[in-house]
Design a protein around this ligand. Sequence first.
Ligand SMILES: Cc1ncc(COP(=O)(O)O)c(C=O)c1O
Length: 445
Amino acid sequence: MPTNMKIKKIWKWLLAQIFRIFLFLSSHFISLNLVSFLSPYFPLIYSVISRKRAAVTMIQRITRLAQSLPLRPSSASKLGAYCYFASGAASSTQQLCKPSLKSPNVRDDEYADVEWDNLGFGIVPTDYIYIMKCSKDDNFEEGQLCRYGNIELSPAAGVLSYGQGVYEGTKVYRKEDGRLLLFRPDENAIRMRIGAERMCMPSPSIHQFVDAVKQIAQANRRWVPPPGKGSLYIRPVLIGSGPTLGLAPAPEYTFFIYASPVQNYFKEGFAPLNLYVEDEYDRASLGGTGGVKSITNYAPVLKAMSRAKNRGFLDVLYLDSVNRKNVEEVSSCNVFIVKGNVISTPPAAGTILAGITRKTVIEIAGDHGYKVEERSIPVDEIMDADEVFCTGTAVGVAPVGTITYQNKRKEFKTGIDTVCPVLYSTLMGIKTGMIEDKKGWVVEI
Ligand SMILES: Cc1ncc(COP(=O)(O)O)c(C=O)c1O
């Protein structure tokens, strides 16, 4: 090797050693802020000194090494690796989750270690959650992906005493070619904003919401089941996380998203639902929050649900709270009836959640030539329908086999020659990319 080359090699090696010592000292005695501050300039500094491309590469390697070192919390905010949140009103900075140091990118062919054939609808902890915070009267800014784990909350958080919170649910499907597909996530974003307004909360913008959903799907992509084996259920939640003793809007808000791979919502799979008409407990009241996805709507139905389950039913069909005469919806899905060529569903006019699946199915049914009506449906009329089905992100389009009302049990037509499977297969075909999406509903990640 010529002497010139030897000198260059020694020079490179010497510089590498100096940087290593510098990094070692930094991580122990000096704040890593200095390293993080200088790190973007390492390549520049060195290239100015040596003007050699190879050396720049070497320094870049060292920089990456510096970034992968465990960090002290003091340097976390600079390096953006920890999830820290300035809590204006709470006047303290809280660490809500563990740092996300690993790159969220996984290879397309990598799958998490899951028995895909045994998925139900339960929590399977994945790799990442997304968190974004803001204080009252402020706007949400810059959320972060964090390692999956518990989140920290003040015991006086508004959501805990006063139920100030809304949530959403959407699903990601994996196409045969590996691409990930979302379905109408902007509709979830809009619904969250409407719900947040009703619950006196600031909410992420539509762009922030959709972007966060895409990020969480991408970061957890190895948990998206193979085609035909289910989907990755995504749960965005917005809560009043700041402390408040008196009944008032919380001083601080947290928007977070977690995900879980799922298959069928009901453990009975695709079997037709048997529903019980509840005429004692109400789900929603006129002027209440039934029309938004407030967390306060769900615990009150548990009593009715468990009573129905103890009597052998799968779920509950609720009536309007004024006259207990018209059907409204099921605990977590909307309801439709079919009579001849007419499909009807109760109007989403305040007490019923305006389901995104409901809205989609209304359009698909119209495209298939059915007449679709949104109108009040007396419970006696539903007992006289040809067919009944439910819609929701979790259940898809699910046939109802029986409805029991005041000890009267009615059986409905189910099976291949009914409307439900036509709507189900069209909806699922579009969601999974098997049927061309001509409506702009599917969003590729
Ligand atoms: C009460 C209630 N109704 C209906 C639905 C269906 O809504 P979507 O189709 O948007 O999932 C849900 C689920 O979110 C729900 O919780």
